[in-house]
Write a protein that binds this ligand. Structure first.
Ligand SMILES: CC/C=C\C/C=C\CCC/C=C/CC(=O)SCCNC(=O)CCNC(=O)[C@H](O)C(C)(C)COP(=O)(O)OP(=O)(O)OC[C@H]1O[C@@H](n2cnc3c(N)ncnc32)[C@H](O)[C@@H]1OP(=O)(O)O
Length: 248
C-alpha cells in the first residue's frame, strides 16, 4: 500500500544531531517525491528509546554559526514533518522527551508502547531552557491550551496511561503490537482520498506553520541570543554532566 518505515538509528539515545536532522529531511523529501509512497511510519531502532530529543552537544560550547545552522535544521525538519502530504504515523517504542516528543507530535497519529518507562513530553523547563513558540503551538494543537500550559511550565513527562488521557497519544498498545497497530491505523488513513485528506491537513496546520515561516530568521536570531547566554550554557552543561555521571 505504499508505506515506508523511517527507523531512527543514532545510538545510544537517538539524539537529533545535525546529521540526523539533515538525513531525516532528505529521506522525507525523497518519499514525498516518489508517488509510490503515501504513508510513513516513524519509529526507532534504539531499544527503549524513541528519541532523547535535540542533541544537547550541538547546543553547547559551539560557534554562533554552528548554532544558526543547527537551529535552521531543526526548523526545517519540523516544517517538513508538520506539513507533509504523506500520512505520518509515529510508532513510539521508547522514551521521548522534548524534541523526541515534538517529532511524534508532528505526525498524524501516535501509537505508544505500554511500558511505564516510556515517558513523553516537552520537559525543556527542567533543563533551564524554554520550548520555542512553535513547539508550544504543536503541543497546544494536540492536547489543548490548559493541558499544554501546565505540561510546559512543569516540564511534565507523561507515562503512557497519562499521555493517552491527555490526548498526547491516540493509542497505547502492548509493546509487541506497536508496529502492527501502526500498520492497521495507516490502512484506515489511506482509505481516504489523498487530495481531500491533504487539503484538510493543510487547512488545520498551515496557520501554525506559517507563523514560523514568516519569521524564520528572527526565530534563529532569538535562538542564538538565548542559547549563547552564559546562564543557559551553564544549565546545559550541568544537565549534560548529570546525564554522564548517572553511570559513574
Ligand atoms: C522562547 C524561547 C525561544 C527560543 C529558545 C531557544 C532554544 C531553547 C529550546 C531548545 C529545545 C530543546 C529541545 C530538546 O530536545 S533538549 C533535549 C532534551 N532531552 C532530554 O532531556 C533527554 C535527556 N536524556 C535522558 O533523559 C536519557 O539519556 C534517556 C532517558 C533518553 C536515556 O537514558 P539512558 O539511561 O538509556 O541513557 P543515558 O546514560 O542517560 O545516556 C547515554 C548517553 O547519551 C547522552 N545523551 C542523552 N541524551 C542526550 C541528548 N539529548 N543530547 C546529547 N546527548 C545525550 C548521555 O549524556 C550519555 O552520554 P555518555 O555518558 O555516554 O557520553
Amino acid at each position: 500500500m505504499g508505506v515506508a518505515v523511517i527507523k531512527l538509528k543514532n545510538p545510544p539515545v537517538n539524539s537529533l544531531s545535525l546529521e540526523v536532522l539533515t538525513e531525516f529531511v532528505i529521506s522525507l523529501e525523497k518519499l514525498e517525491n516518489d508517488k509510490t509512497f503515501r504513508g510513513v511510519i516513524v519509529t526507532s531502532d534504539c531499544p527503549g528509546i524513541f528519541s532523547a530529543g535535540l542533541d544537547l552537544t550541538e547546543m553547547c560550547g559551539k560557534s554562533q554559526a554552528h548554532y544558526a545552522e543547527y537551529w535552521r535544521a531543526v526548523q526545517e525538519l519540523w516544517l517538513r514533518l508538520y506539513l507533509s502530504n504523506l500520512v505520518l504515523i509515529a510508532a513510539i517504542n521508547g522514551v521521548s522527551p522534548a524534541g523526541g516528543c515534538l517529532m511524534s507530535l508532528t505526525c498524524d497519529y501516535r501509537v505508544l508502547a505500554d511500558n511505564p518507562k516510556y515517558n513523553m513530553g516537552l520537559n525543556e523547563t527542567l533543563l533551564g531552557i524554554v520550548a520555542p513558540s512553535w513547539f508550544k503551538d504543536t503541543l497546544v494543537n494536540t492536547v489543548g491550551h490548559r493541558t499544554a500550559e501546565r505540561a510546559l511550565q512543569l516540564g511534565l513527562l507523561f507515562p503512557p496511561a497519562e499521555a493517552l488521557r491527555v490526548g498526547m497519544v491516540d493509542q497505547v498498545v502492548p509493546e509487541d503490537q506497536v508496529h502492527s497497530t501502526a500498520l492497521s491505523v495507516m490502512a484506515q488513513w489511506l482509505a481516504v482520498p489523498d487530495h481531500a485528506r491533504q487539503l484538510t491537513k493543510n487547512l488545520m496546520r498551515k496557520p501554525t506553520a506559517d507563523r514560523l515561516v514568516k519569521q524564520r530568521d528572527a526565530d534563529i536570531q532569538y535562538f542564538l541570543r538565548f542559547i549563547s547566554r552564559d546562564s543557559i550554557q551553564k544549565s546545559l552543561r550541568v544537565y549534560l554532566d548529570k546525564l554522564r555521571q548517572k553511570k559513574g
